[in-house]
Design a binder for this molecule. Structure first.
Ligand code: OGA
Ligand code: NI
Length: 348
């Protein structure tokens, strides 16, 4: 990734601003009431989560209950993996059949991202439809690929994945309560969840003003929990349209509403655009956990949240088929836009 290939260059309107704006008022939520039985503290927490989902679609959490050692372990194993030669990393490269593993060719909105990644399914085998074709009922089993080095990566990721699932379930209980629903309203969707851990490495970039680590996008799943290191670079599009930087907070996780919550909540909570900047001096690491429902789940606005005055804004779609379609377009460079939830929007 030495010289800047034109494939990495963003259109002028999507280039980052080097002097960035810090996200003043970006919500920081203390989850300690979850570990107590204090009813009024939990009520306060539910309100905070609801407000953050509505006003930002993003928030940071502290006192989340994830042991710091587990985060440090995945961070150090990720560094060890990416430090290796390209030749070693390519031994666990993803292919059209083996869709999990290493790759450094991701494009977001047809511009190449300045990053390399390693994808891991949390539950193995991960089940997804063999093709996006609605008539094709075949289901594929996806297996992880594990590198020789570092040898403990598998165990580290399994441990970390379990912690993330626990945290995601707690967050979903808060989100359910904030929408006036029973705490366990979302549980059944995640029984055979299809979640993913991604190790991201953003190498230093000689032209950070022209490229992005990850181009602007929304997360297509239900909820994302991101661990970023102390370098910083994540930017979120605030509701007023301004891109603002999320300042790294030690041991905090960044949580964001994905497209599926937007549909379930019938647009009450919107999935927000974000992107990652790179810089010319420091490499950066991040670890998103994408919490996704089972492949067979049909995604549609929850009945409790719709009525005659507020009719469903989306037609139902199948999560497995949606993700299979995204995967296909990730792999083959198609000259069509990725499948988006807006394609299921019912026009007024
Ligand atoms: C992503 C993402 C941001 C980051 O991988 O979907 O938004 O800071 N990453 O790495
Ligand atoms: Ni994202």
């Amino acid at each position: 990734m030495g010289k800047v290939d034109p494939a990495f260059i963003q259109e002028p309107e999507h280039r980052p601003r080097i002097s960035h704006i810090e996200g003043e008022g970006f919500p920081l939520i203390d989850l300690s009431p979850l570990h107590s039985n204090n009813v009024s503290a939990i009520e306060g927490l539910v309100k905070e989560v609801g407000k953050a989902c509505k006003e930002w679609g993003f928030f940071q959490v502290i006192n989340h209950g994830v042991p710091l050692e587990k985060r440090q372990k995945i961070d150090s194993d990720s560094r060890k993996f990416f430090e290796q030669s390209l030749e070693k990393k390519r031994k666990v490269r993803r292919t059209e059949k083996l869709v999990l593993g290493y790759y450094d060719t991701e494009h977001t909105k047809n511009v190449r991202d300045w990053k390399e990644v390693f994808d891991i399914a949390v539950e193995e085998p991960a089940l997804i439809p063999a093709s996006p074709d609605l008539d094709d009922k075949e289901i594929t089993e996806l297996y992880n690929q594990w590198p020789e080095y570092p040898p403990e990566l598998r165990e580290t990721c399994q441990d970390y994945g379990q912690e993330m699932v626990k945290l995601a379930c707690k967050l979903f209980e808060l989100i359910a309560l904030s929408l006036g629903l029973p705490a366990d309203r979302f549980h059944s969707f995640f029984k055979d969840h299809n979640s993913l851990i991604r190790l991201n490495h953003y190498p230093p970039c000689p032209t950070p003003e022209l490229a992005l680590g990850v181009g602007r996008h929304k997360d297509g799943g239900a909820l994302t929990i991101l661990a970023q290191d102390d370098v910083g670079g994540l930017e979120v599009k605030r509701k007023d349209g301004e891109w603002v930087r999320v300042k790294p907070t030690p041991d905090a996780y960044i949580v964001n509403v994905g497209d599926i919550i937007q549909v379930w909540s019938n647009d009450k909570y919107e999935s927000v655009e974000h992107r990652a900047m790179v810089n010319s001096e420091k490499e950066r690491f991040s670890v998103p956990f994408f919490f996704n429902p089972a492949h067979y789940i049909m995604i549609k606005p929850l009945e409790e949240l719709t009525n005659e005055q507020n009719p469903a804004k989306y037609r139902a779609y199948n999560w497995g088929k949606f993700t299979a379609s995204r995967r296909r377009s990730n792999f083959q460079k198609l000259n069509v836009e990725n499948l988006q939830i807006s394609h299921f929007r019912i026009s007024d």
